[in-house]
Design a protein around this ligand. Sequence first.
Ligand code: ADE
Length: 266
Amino acid sequence: MVLPKDIPSSAENYMDSQTLTKLPISSILIIIAMQTEALPLVEKFQLSEDQKSVFPKEVPWVRYQGIYRNLQINLIWPGKDLALGVDSVGTISASLVTYASIQALHPDLIINAGTAGGFKAKGASIGDVFLVSECAFHDRRIPIPVFDLYGVGLKQAWKTPNLHKELDLKVGKLSTGDSLDMSAQDESSIVANDATVKDMEGAAVAYVADIFKVPAIFLKAVTDIVDGEKPTAEEFLQNLATVSAALDQAVTKVIDFISGKCIHEL
Ligand code: ADE
């Protein structure tokens, strides 16, 4: 928790968590898996790349930080895979960076922003940006009582009724797995999760945020229609740049809305 400038940091010791949650949000952690999605926001918020990393020297994770509308913004991109040079997408990197960023930066709020596949049968179209209501996994099948629920890993997003009212965003459930494509088994789990959008990071970020009780919200922009005619990888690559621009506009509107508000006003 970063305290406003006029409150000495020693005061934090004397404030209970009730008091702290009534203060305006001051520190936001944005987690974005792909460079194409992250860089326009770095520009928009005029963030600068950390020169002295808060992360271990071995990891490729990149932190961009700065102040925007009185908010300390930390945007973390997990960087390029050290062996293959592609974006470190997926749940492993997402959970690791979320854990390390919470430890190092103590955010008031996490925003996981990224692209997703959408289901037209559930009302998704290319370029839609969804505010996620809940996240679950679709590729952790453990058919043993209780382990089955652990595998699904259902987590609620932080409830943001005012944000929802103010911004024109669709709301839907998110299902997360480590594959861009969708197997028949994934499909039946996604249907069971009642998901409208499908990504590769959200539920992993939600898992870690929940452990540390950091409120988290999820913005997912649709690059491809999973239940459509076009091959997913082709449609995803075709739409990535334009849909990333729509995502970045939505993130900016969300941050503008958050500025000056406390967590219970969202
Ligand atoms: N990100 C963008 N499109 C996706 C899809 N179809 N599945 C998982 N993650 C995605």
